[in-house]
Write a protein that binds this ligand. Structure first.
Ligand code: AMP
Ligand code: MG
Length: 411
């Protein structure tokens, strides 16, 4: 990273630079299964049991021994009872017999296959098989999902809804997680007013703390909102130091662009090792990253869209690594046709706001949200993706294929 130019830093290089300083938290805690959602496992989970625990029926139907029908060639079996889920069917099944069985019920001893109920007819206490059966059909075998001792989830895995169910299916009530990451943030700017106050001339409402709150909440970190701080070196210093003492990560917005950056820049060089870049991207050109004491510091631009773009491009993945995820997935990216022309300057990566939609044929396409200024926060609100246009890309006509990063998840 010796050769980087702080005045034209590429998005990829800045990401790589930051990445080398990110070692995950080491402290762990044991938490009830439900509380693990969205957090990273501090140790691998190994299966203490097999799933399913016993051979059971995948269908409502009739359990039989395939030898009776396949080898011996019987077509009629006598019905000796019913096997229900949650209860063992005690009586062994002899040659020529079958048992009515419900989905999930344990296979009675002496049976190995289940014929679905729609494919048989009943006749005086006997079951007639019309369709020729396949042996071992419609049975879920013990251990076919998970076997004992198998690694179910690796260390560093970020717990999802399916994982809660998976561990519950093994009877696991508690899991060992990395402790929650603490993230402090504050806005900077003389012009900022708090919501609920009347705006004075020249003031704007502080929106960055709200978008940051939203994005950080979705990541599941502990949040410390330190407010909006005027461009006053004494106040900024006090707040910055308080933040670095209490949190693992400190995020500020505003005050990192040239000219106005002086307070923050001086403070950061006094108290830590922070680099200031002009990233070759739009929005989000000014960006600072470094360490102040033990805390990681991200100085995001002030413009509301730039805050969100830089958060998603640099901060999100960094936080996931610090939270203990070894290989965080980048935002899902794929290529689609853009239905409108796009204006784009070469020499920088642009993250235009887009709307992914399906056309009449059900094909996914994208269109820009409209005005793309870095202060147009409504563009972020309308968007469900970023249209990512690489440095070498220039203006594009309607119908061009573009890369999109999806912003919305399953919920
Ligand atoms: P700065 O990076 O401090 O020069 O700010 C760039 C632009 O973003 C200016 O128009 C600021 O008024 C605006 N801005 C900075 N911080 C915020 C904030 N917290 N909420 C809304 N707008 C902001
Ligand atoms: Mg400012």
């Amino acid at each position: 990273m010796q050769d980087y130019d702080p005045n034209a830093m590429s998005v990829a290089k800045a990401k790589l630079f930051i990445q080398q300083y990110l070692s995950p938290l080491t402290e762990c805690e044991t938490v009830d299964l439900k509380g693990s959602l969205g957090r990273a496992l501090a140790e691998a989970v190994v299966s203490p049991a097999q799933v399913p625990n016993y051979d059971n029926s995948a269908m409502d139907g009739y359990a039989f021994n395939s030898l009776d029908l396949v080898a011996i060639g019987l077509t009629k079996l006598s019905l000796i009872g019913t096997a229900y889920a949650g209860k063992a069917f005690e009586q062994p099944v002899q040659q020529g017999q079958c048992v009515r069985i419900m989905t999930g019920a344990m296979m009675p001893s002496g049976t190995d296959s289940v014929m679905v109920q729609e494919k048989v007819s009943l006749e005086n206490g006997s079951v007639c098989f019309s369709a020729p059966p396949n042996s071992k059909m419609n049975v879920r075998y013990a251990g076919e999902d998970l076997s004992i001792g198998q690694t179910v989830l690796p260390q560093g895995h970020l717990m999802q809804a399916a994982d809660l169910g998976l561990l519950a299916s093994l009877g696991i009530a508690k899991v060992k997680l990395y402790r929650k990451l603490k993230v402090a943030f504050f806005s900077t700017g003389d012009e900022l007013a708090g919501i609920g106050q009347a705006l004075k001339i020249g003031q704007v409402y502080d929106s960055n703390r709200y978008t940051l709150y939203g994005m950080l909440s979705r990541l599941g970190v502990d949040i410390l909102d330190l407010g909006a701080i005027a461009d006053d070196p004494v106040l900024l210093e006090k707040t910055l130091l308080a933040a670095t003492q209490q949190a693992d990560v400190v995020i500020t917005s505003g005050g990192v662009s040239v000219g106005e950056a002086d307070h923050m820049k001086q403070l950061l060089s006094k108290h830590g090792q922070v680099v200031f870049w002009k990233i070759a991207m739009k929005p989000g050109r000014p960006l600072a990253y470094g360490k102040i004491g033990h805390a990681h510091y991200f100085g995001l631009p002030g413009n509301p869209v730039a805050v969100m773009v830089t958060f998603y491009q640099f901060v999100r993945e960094a936080l996931l690594r610090l939270m203990g995820q070894a290989h965080p997935l980048a935002l899902p990216t794929f290529h689609v046709v853009c239905t409108e022309a796009i204006k784009k300057q070469t020499g920088r990566t642009e993250f235009q706001r887009g709307i992914l939609f399906t056309d009449q044929d059900g094909t996914w396409k994208v269109k820009p949200t409209g005005m793309q200024g870095s202060a147009i926060l409504s563009s972020m609100s309308k968007a469900n993706c970023f249209i990512v246009l690489d440095e070498q890309v220039g203006n594009l006509g309607a119908g061009a294929t573009v890369a999109v990063q999806v912003l919305h998840g399953l919920i």
